[in-house]
Design a protein around this ligand. Structure first.
Ligand SMILES: [Fe+2]
Ligand SMILES: [Fe+2]
Length: 193
């Protein structure tokens, strides 16, 4: 698959730093797809595109949603960080000729996660946390967890994310994130019993 047109597209939209991050996430997504038996081209492409709308301002993000008929919940309308996933999914469908629902959903849910995620959705969520350009406290634990199995990775990443949001103490936690946590926990507890 030729990714060059998509690469040019994100290069033109994003800052050099974000473009670099996107390419590193693409690479990590491809490697996780290889390991877990997902489509490596879709993973690479979704990784490349996941943050395509990350640099839209809060005001422009709200305007985009209103103009394009995207309904937002109260929490979404008031949480800037979440909007780029929602808008990115719509943008790639409208402007990058992406019709693959799994790729679109992987972009849509890469910030919040959700219950019953597809393998590709999990891979993009985890690649975003563990790409080699990341250097936050705890990244090594997450990198280890994603190599054990995909749900161990998801539990570690969701726990990290919820804990981080609680520690910040100044933002909402999207219900999709809590549902994702409980959903992964359900599978883990079921497999342990
Ligand atoms: Fe993002
Ligand atoms: Fe990202």
């Amino acid at each position: 698959m030729d990714f060059s047109a998509y690469e040019e597209k994100i290069k033109g939209i994003l800052s050099p730093k974000r473009y670099y991050h996107s390419m590193r996430v693409a690479s990590q997504a491809r490697s996780l797809a290889q390991k877990y038996g997902a489509d490596t081209d879709k993973a690479y492409l979704a990784g490349m595109l996941h943050d395509i709308m990350k640099e839209l301002s809060f005001k422009d993000s709200i305007e985009y949603c209103d103009k394009n008929g995207i309904k937002l919940t109260f929490i979404e309308r008031n949480t800037y960080k979440i909007l780029h996933g929602i808008i990115g999914a719509d943008y790639i469908r409208q402007n990058c000729n992406i019709n693959d629902v799994d790729i679109i959903n992987s972009v849509r849910y890469h910030v919040t996660a959700r219950a019953r995620m597809s393998l590709l959705e999990k891979i993009i969520y985890l690649a975003d946390f563990t790409s080699d350009d990341r250097s936050f406290d705890g990244v090594d634990n997450l990198r280890e967890a994603v190599q054990i199995n995909i749900d161990t990775g998801m539990l570690a990443a969701l726990s990290f994310s919820v804990r981080e949001l609680l520690d910040k103490g100044d933002c909402y936690i999207h219900p999709d994130t809590l549902e994702a946590y409980n959903d992964v926990m359900k599978d883990i507890l079921r497999n342990n019993s």
